[in-house]
Design a protein around this ligand. Structure first.
Ligand code: SF4
Length: 83
């Protein structure tokens, strides 16, 4: 019996998978800094509200962009979480 398969325990952190970007619409003021700067992970709807375009985030570049978007949001309306 060889048991070499791994990584099926439910959640992972920091390895490029299982990260989600969330927007708190009640906190968002619609500046557009997030989707203007990081269109690979955020777009906007007709009202100018941000829309998450990748859920969950899949690549290291997407995760980096999401974390950068969190940093530029002056309202702290964006968060990332492990999923
Ligand atoms: S930067 Fe923050 S406040 Fe501005 S649109 Fe994006 S989520 Fe909303």
């Amino acid at each position: 019996m060889t048991a070499t398969s791994a990584a099926s325990s439910g959640h992972s952190t920091g390895n490029g998978t299982g990260i989600r970007l969330n927007v708190d619409r009640s906190a968002c003021a619609g500046h557009g800094l997030c989707y203007g700067g990081y269109p690979e992970v955020l777009d906007c709807d007709d009202q100018g509200d941000p829309v998450i375009v990748r859920d969950p985030l899949e690549t290291a570049a997407e995760i980096d962009a999401a974390r950068a978007a969190v940093q530029v949001c002056p309202e702290r309306a964006l968060t990332v979480e492990s999923v």
